[in-house]
Design a protein. Structure first.
Ligand code: SF4
Length: 76
């Protein structure tokens, strides 16, 4: 937790990242630290919230299969 706080203080992109972050999971300590967010979800076979629509993001299903399903639905 402390490590993320230090990263947040030092990250030069944190404000811009937060403008683009649609993640509604409030307790997450990686919010705005896109590199850490991506690493975390990649390790878990997932994608970050910003790959999903706001409505879908709120389901917290960040699986790659859900992402592909959402893209197929949009294109039909
Ligand atoms: S997408 Fe995941 S890691 Fe990124 S801010 Fe949201 S909950 Fe945290």
């Amino acid at each position: 937790m402390v490590a993320y706080e230090i990263m947040r203080e030092k990250c030069p992109n944190i404000k811009e990242n937060m403008k683009q972050c649609n993640c509604s999971y409030e307790p997450c300590e990686r919010k705005g630290l896109c590199c850490q967010c991506l690493h975390y979800h990649r390790r878990n076979g997932e994608l970050p919230a910003c790959y999903f629509s706001d409505a879908l993001e709120k389901t917290y299903d960040r699986s790659i299969s859900r992402f592909i399903q959402s893209r197929n639905t949009v294109r039909r």
